[in-house]
Design a protein around this ligand. Structure first.
Ligand code: EZ4
Ligand code: CO
Length: 404
């Protein structure tokens, strides 16, 4: 029986901070798992190094389900983003090993391809409407077929999803404390319908449009926004309310026909159980990286399928190429795939994580290399050390801390 012989926790700042688990078996088979938790990276690195790695050495890499149960139930302390990111990394690395041993791309072990590729959506943004329209045009020229639109709000200095300098948007900022931003729900609610109207006028009714509210509204405000956007027929409206309050979406759901997506911060089935069982959402945003790996995400997506909810896995740059590849293998195989978020990684990140996945005509495909199809280039990763970085903290005009 082969055994897990080596377990390395690799921390790099290649393009941004990433934590990767690399398992090596006694047969020399290597598997990778993404353990990146944006702004709290070293907590997961420690959880892995100090608590999981000692338990992994000598275990049978073939026993994926048993290892998952051992690490989840066996800890007594269940769930939480740090624990679940660590378990996810172990789980994905074991699936990578199993698929490499089988000589197959992982999606083959998950039931084979259910589609030609995973429809991706790009992030378009502008500090104002003309800049946003240009950004949408550029992304359509690149081949994307679905676009998330985020725009600066008149009267607000900055907002989620829009780079202050018009460059690529990256929400985490290097430094020893978070940057702070100011938020005004009323200004945003006044502006949002005009924004979507301008986009529809320019690009017509067919282009799938997405928008991320990023957890900032009350249920009443969210319902009002979702209703005001109905004429513009969004593909989805994301994270309208703070995600830990599942029951808040009952009122929003009952108030509007705008499709709803939520869940990028979820880390277990229990975070979305009510949403799925009561059919309060259309798309579940949970990711392989943060919600327990392939093993647990399959359960989430199976429950979602039962209730007519489709996948919309989180795919921002803080999901590493290892995490994105895992999402693509799963997304290609499941029956209820919806869409995959795609925020291209920087050249430094791509160089550190050579990968087989491709983007063609707006569709991502995991490729046909055995396993996940991703490796880590130690030299390239090693050239960029970890540097502390945080997601911003949001405040209202009077200084009250608000959801970011
Ligand atoms: O704020 O990935 O839909 N995408 C998002 C992202 C998240 C970051 C958090 O780490 O909301 O921009
Ligand atoms: Co989001």
């Amino acid at each position: 029986m082969p055994a897990i012989e080596k377990a390395e926790v690799l921390v790099t700042g290649a393009g941004r901070n990433f934590v990767t688990l690399r398992l090596t078996t006694s047969d020399g088979v290597v598997g990778l798992g993404d353990a990146t938790l944006n702004g709290r990276e070293l907590a997961v690195a420690s959880y892995l190094r100090d608590h999981l790695v000692p338990l992994l050495i000598g275990r049978d890499p073939a026993r994926i389900e048993d290892t998952w149960q051992y690490l989840y139930r066996g800890a007594y302390w269940r769930r939480g983003p740090v624990t679940m990111a660590a378990i996810s990394a172990v789980d994905v690395a074991l699936w990578d090993i199993k698929a490499r041993m089988a000589g197959m791309p992982l999606y083959q072990l998950l039931g084979g391809a259910s589609r030609r590729g995973c429809l991706a959506y790009a992030h378009a943004m502008g500090r104002n409407i003309p800049e946003l329209l240009d950004s949408i045009r550029t992304h359509l020229e690149t081949g994307y077929r679905a676009i998330r639109v985020q725009c600066g709000v008149p009267g607000m200095e900055s907002t989620y999803g829009v780079a202050a300098d018009g460059a690529n948007y990256e929400p985490a900022h290097q430094g020893l404390a978070p940057a702070e931003s100011t938020w005004d729900s009323a200004a945003y609610l006044r502006f949002a319908p005009a924004l979507m109207e301008a986009v529809r006028l320019e690009f017509g009714p067919e282009l799938p449009l997405l928008h991320d509210v990023h957890h900032r509204l009350t249920p009443r405000e969210a319902a009002s926004l979702a209703r005001s956007l109905e004429p513009f027929a969004l593909f989805w409206l994301e994270d309208v309310t703070p995600a830990e309050d599942q029951a808040a979406l009952r009122f929003v759901r009952a108030s509007t026909t705008t499709p709803l997506a939520i869940g990028e911060t979820f880390n277990s089935l229990w975070d979305c159980q009510l949403l799925l069982e009561e059919r309060l959402i259309d798309f579940i945003r949970a990711s392989v990286t943060h919600a327990g790996g392939i093993t647990h995400m399959r359960r989430i997506l199976s429950l979602a399928e039962l209730h007519g909810v489709r996948s919309g896995m989180h795919g921002a740059t803080d999901i590493s190429p290892v995490g994105l590849a895992a999402s693509l293998h799963l997304g290609l195989a499941i029956p209820n795939f919806g869409i995959q978020e795609h925020m291209p990684h920087s050249p430094e990140t791509d160089e550190a994580f050579p990968h087989a996945y491709t983007l063609t005509d707006g569709y991502l495909h995991p490729g046909d290399a055995p396993g996940l199809g991703v490796t880590i280039d130690d030299a390239a990763a090693g050239r960029h050390p970890y540097a502390a970085a945080y997601l911003p903290v949001n405040r209202l005009a009077d200084g009250t801390v608000h959801d970011w």
